[in-house]
Design a protein around this ligand. Structure first.
Ligand SMILES: Nc1ncnc2c1ncn2[C@@H]1O[C@H](COP(=O)(O)OP(=O)(O)OP(=O)(O)O)[C@@H](O)[C@H]1O
Ligand SMILES: [Mg+2]
Length: 264
């Protein structure tokens, strides 16, 4: 499974939201997409999901252009978007049953992923009976129940308190290690990106400003000097007024795209 985003541009009503965005993701890579509010992160994720189409460039999954949504790309939304009139179990069963799997298989699949997020005991509850973190875990189980090759997550932990958020980050890494899917995870938290990612894509004003490659082993400590250095570097980049200038010695300019590729 590979994802190629090639020269993608998107405008709304004449206003450019994404401009010439190009990057590639390999199988089982964990990519974080980082940037200020309004820089185009959700737009980029929605393009990859196939909910919207690019004006320029193309998005290829295993060499095939994305033309619309597909179960091979699962989406987890910030507000979890569960069906309130369905139980937890019915929410997770939704995808597999729409796909027409036999009833027994649908149930087995739903329970497998409910177990994975630690909530099988809540199968018969309704979403309103759960906490925010639990709803978010159901949202993840629901996306996983379709067994996607690519998991697209749009600030999934944005609304959670810090302790729940850290627990969810650890859980997500555990699930990712088990399932070996590709993950694209949108966040505006530099700390979250540095903790989770193999690769961090920094979006600035609709352009890909930098691509950081991290090979730091997991589990990672937030206090690790290299990670602190990386956080400071990304913070500088995001605070710079104009496009990336001469940055620190971690930075390698790539001539063709103007973006910075930083092996870390
Ligand atoms: N359907 C739309 N119609 C018009 N403008 C849109 C639409 N979707 C997004 N935009 C605009 O595109 C820009 C980027 O939006 P996007 O939602 O991608 O940002 P974001 O990086 O996800 O921000 P946030 O961190 O706040 O979620 C914003 O200025 C937004 O107003
Ligand atoms: Mg967004």
């Amino acid at each position: 499974m590979s994802l190629v985003v090639a020269g993608v541009g998107k405008s709304y009503g004449g206003r450019v939201v994404l401009k010439d965005v190009s990057f590639q993701v390999g199988p089982h890579e964990f990519v974080c997409i980082l940037g200020h509010s309004g820089c185009g992160k959700s737009t980029l994720l929605n393009l990859i999901a196939g909910f919207i189409q690019p004006d320029q460039g193309e998005i290829l999954v295993d060499g095939v252009p994305v033309r619309g949504p597909d179960k091979s790309r699962g989406v987890v939304f910030q507000d979890h978007a569960l069906f309130p009139w369905y139980t937890v179990l019915q929410n997770v069963e939704f995808g597999p049953s729409v796909r027409g799997l036999p009833k027994g298989e649908v149930r087995a699949q739903a329970f497998r992923y409910l177990r994975m997020v630690g909530l099988e005991a809540y199968a018969d509850d309704y979403p309103h009976q759960l906490s925010g973190g639990m709803k978010q875990r159901i949202g993840i189980a629901r996306a996983l129940a379709n067994e996607p090759d690519i998991l697209l997550m749009d600030e999934p932990f944005g609304a959670l308190d810090i302790l729940t958020r850290e627990m969810m980050q650890r859980e997500l890494l555990r699930i990712w290690l088990e399932l070996k899917t590709m993950v694209l995870f949108v966040t505006h938290s530099i700390g979250e990106a540095v903790y989770l990612a193999d690769k961090i894509l920094v979006l600035k004003n609709g352009r890909l400003a930098a691509e950081y490659l991290l090979d730091e082993p997991r589990p990672r400590s937030a206090a690790h000097p290299r990670l602190l250095e990386l956080r400071a570097d990304i913070e500088r980049l995001l605070l710079e007024e104009e496009d990336p200038g001469e940055g620190g010695n971690l930075v390698h300019e790539t001539r063709d795209s103007g973006r910075r590729v930083v092996p870390f």
